[in-house]
Ligand binder design. Sequence first.
Ligand SMILES: [Zn+2]
Length: 499
Amino acid sequence: MPRKVLIALIKSESNGFSKMTTPLSAFGSQNRILRGPEMIERYRGTNLEPGGFIEVAEAEGWQLVPSIAAFASSSGPVEGAALEALCDMLIEDLTAAMPVDGVLLALHGSMMSETCMDTEREIVRRVRAVVGPTVPVLVSLDPHCNISHEMAADVQGMYAFRTSPHVDQRRTGIVTARMLAENFRRGALSRCVLARRRMLIGFDGARTYHDHGPFHEAIALAKTFEADPEILRVSIHAGYSKADCPMVGPSAAVTGFAPEEKLREVAETMMDECWRTRNETSEAVVSMEAARRALAERRPGDRPVVLGDYGDAPGGGAHGDGTALLSLLLETGAKNAVVVPMYDPEAALAFYTAGEGATLTLPLGGKYDPVRGGGPVERDWTVKRISDGKFAFTGPYGTGTRGSFGESALIESDGVMVIVTSLHRSVYDKEQLRIYGIEPEKMDVLVIKTMQGHRADFQPIAGVCLDVDSGGITSPDPLLFDWKHVPRPIWPMDAEVTG
Ligand SMILES: [Zn+2]
């Protein structure tokens, strides 16, 4: 009898400071949640975790039960009813498929709902209630996750991406599925042990786009432990502070068949390393002033200046409508420059409807939280290109996946262009600009609203590539935020924390 394994993906990253919420309609590729065999069709061969689950399942001869694939772009907390609906779909499929031999879940690790801060733990708890204590449940994660001890205690293993930008999502699915296969082979249940510290952030934000830094060092250390056959994998988590939740911060989870004490020792050693490297980073986020200097220093013929809008990154759950860097471009007289994306559904629709060649005078962006990251910019905007916003990733990040900005427009004022979108999305791939007729390599300045994700495809074409703190709700400055749920004391805000 082949092993019967249920797979599912439920993901979002929730920013506790966002003025937006994430409804059920935000989940699913192009607003549709995939169920059953459709999930396999869509994910087979993609560079995403289910692609890896499917690959291992086929190699191992498992009978796959595809349940639900629901992904929502990072934003504010998931609406309570949406979480319930997602869980209901998963539990309904699982109940119908019982008995199953194993469960593989692709989760983010930083999803919150209006009703529950530890949603991943809640999903696992409900799955566990159906399958009982002897069926292995394993999860794949994003390293920007906040993991509770309760969550670790309820799974047989977890494993997070080891790259940021996350170009190893398929590999992570493979590693997670192989841990399940190892449970089957041994006829035994692995266990997962977590260690944490009183830290808000750690492991250099999981950055790997340089060839050095604390996350690289942590991976190297993890590999020394993974050489032990009783230790399957060490999952390294940088944390996601903007969730503002009780289980916030970096952690390390060790999965294996070794005694709990031994796994704990490894996890604690990983977190000692996290504490030791707390002040180190491979890429400092720079000030607006540094961005201004980079623009001034660019010479004709230089490769593009790429400014990542670290403070207003939709991929980190920010509103994506901040205008601080747009205003800087206009103020400094930048030409042949583009800002992407500007999430402003109202303006996007107005431009889209007005059509190419039209000029509209209207306030752009800065609407969700005008006091953070720049308020609306009112000017004459000329529509250069309109689009239904559909794109397919061809670069290294999420290769093979599709998405959409919705009805959208490329507009221009004084040589500064903006891609205004009606859907809240991140930019990871040059193709997302090409659909508007922009060749990124030929631009003087690219302002991309993302924290790290753009680096995989844009760093290679950049002359200068900076991450800029524009003051939005994904700013790295902890002092800008009114923390409500983060336990205190905590590093780096409170001096009394000593490791
Ligand atoms: Zn991430």
